[in-house]
Design a protein around this ligand. Structure first.
Ligand code: GAL
Length: 356
């Protein structure tokens, strides 16, 4: 579990050294920072731990994503898993100024808000992501909506003018008329929104969203078979990270890339496995859920791999799921990226992509 010592170190480290939110504080406190330079054991995140929120409760935000708004990081994810079907009752939202101190903003969507499913509740609520739609000035929440038995694999949408809610239910639908399992939502640098999902658990289908982000416009790019999709852009290249399909049990990750300027029409090229060191055959006992591009103080970007350690076979099973956040570094002297296993240290250490 996340120790108080690590949390304290992470808090000062993030605030003083790299969070844009604390740029002003940096100026004010640089003298203090100079005296408190990070030592090698400084740690932002220990893989397989669970942070606690400011009220002392576990952060329950599984299969989640991260969005920056209002000068804060917002972590959205599935609430705690319960029952034999392993489902969550809600989508939870947490905020943080520094990726270390988490405030519970509430359950922004609960199962009873879901309308229009052709099966009775309860419903499966998985892999929620929030996008900001600049045109309509709404936050749009997407998630895999299904029955506990996966009998109606669909996407649920709700939206709000405030990231913390209240979220108004929009609809549940099968995007482009196809069964939709694991999914993510993504806005590219040109403002185009995309839904990326496992179509029938056969391939990852990418569809551009309509300008209000409330519908898809047809599958326009075909990725490999995968789950836990996570998109990110690095310069002229776009990347899609994913897991294989073994349910709650971990498996090797896969990475594909494209040079296409827009995701529609993109052809995907397979890159080397991003996790090849010891434990890589299970992606360090985790499944991908998102990649967070973190801007560092020097203007460079550190990509953070966000994964879930589902703990399916462990004590308490998925109720005791934890998180795996690791640096996703450009592969030195080669193509693609690699996930660097171990304690996640001061993000500045990884600035130029080299190992610390
Ligand atoms: C995983 C998937 C999860 C959940 C699970 C159910 O592969 O990524 O989101 O659907 O299967 O077995």
């Amino acid at each position: 579990m996340w120790g108080e010592r690590e949390a304290t170190r992470a808090r000062w480290m993030v605030r003083c050294r790299w969070s844009p939110v604390f740029a002003a504080a940096l100026v004010l406190s640089c003298a203090w920072c100079a005296h408190a330079a990070p030592s090698p054991e400084d740690t932002l995140f220990i893989p397989g731990t669970v942070p606690y929120d400011t009220k002392g409760n576990k952060v329950e935000a599984h299969g989640g994503g991260m969005l920056q708004a209002n000068g804060l990081y917002y972590w959205v994810g599935e609430g705690a898993k319960y029952s034999a079907s392993i489902i969550s009752k809600s989508i939870n939202l947490y905020s943080s100024p520094d990726l270390a101190t988490w405030t519970f903003e509430g359950a922004i969507l609960t199962g009873d808000q879901i309308k229009g499913m052709p099966f009775p509740a309860p419903y499966r609520i998985e892999r929620p992501k929030i996008l900001w739609n600049a045109q309509t000035q709404h936050y749009v929440l997407f998630f895999h909506c299904d029955t506990p038995e996966f009998a109606y694999p669909a996407v649920g949408i709700a939206r709000s003018q405030n990231i913390t809610g209240p979220y108004t239910w929009v609809r549940v639908f099968k995007p482009d008329g196809e069964d939709s399992y694991d999914m993510t939502a993504y806005v590219d640098t040109d403002g185009t929104g995309y839904l990326i999902r496992s179509v029938g658990n056969v391939f990852l289908g990418i569809s551009a969203l309509t300008s209000d982000f409330l519908d898809t416009t047809g599958i326009c790019s075909w990725g490999p078979r995968g789950e836990g999709p996570a998109l990110f852009r690095a310069g002229d290249m776009s990347y899609m990270l994913m897991s294989g399909l073994t349910g709650w049990s971990p498996n090797p990750a896969a990475l594909v890339s494209t040079v296409a300027p827009r995701l529609c029409g993109a052809w995907w090229v397979r890159q080397p496995n991003p996790a090849t060191t010891e434990g890589g055959n299970t992606t360090f006992n985790s499944q991908s859920t998102a990649v967070l591009p973190l801007k560092l103080g020097d203007g460079s970007t550190l990509f953070i791999y966000m994964g879930d350690r589902w703990n399916f076979q462990g004590p308490g099973s998925t109720y005791n799921a934890s998180y795996v956040w690791l640096p996703l570094l450009p592969r030195s002297g080669g193509q693609g990226f690699q996930i660097l296993n171990g304690p996640f240290k001061d993000p500045n250490v990884y600035t130029d992509g080299r190992r610390p």
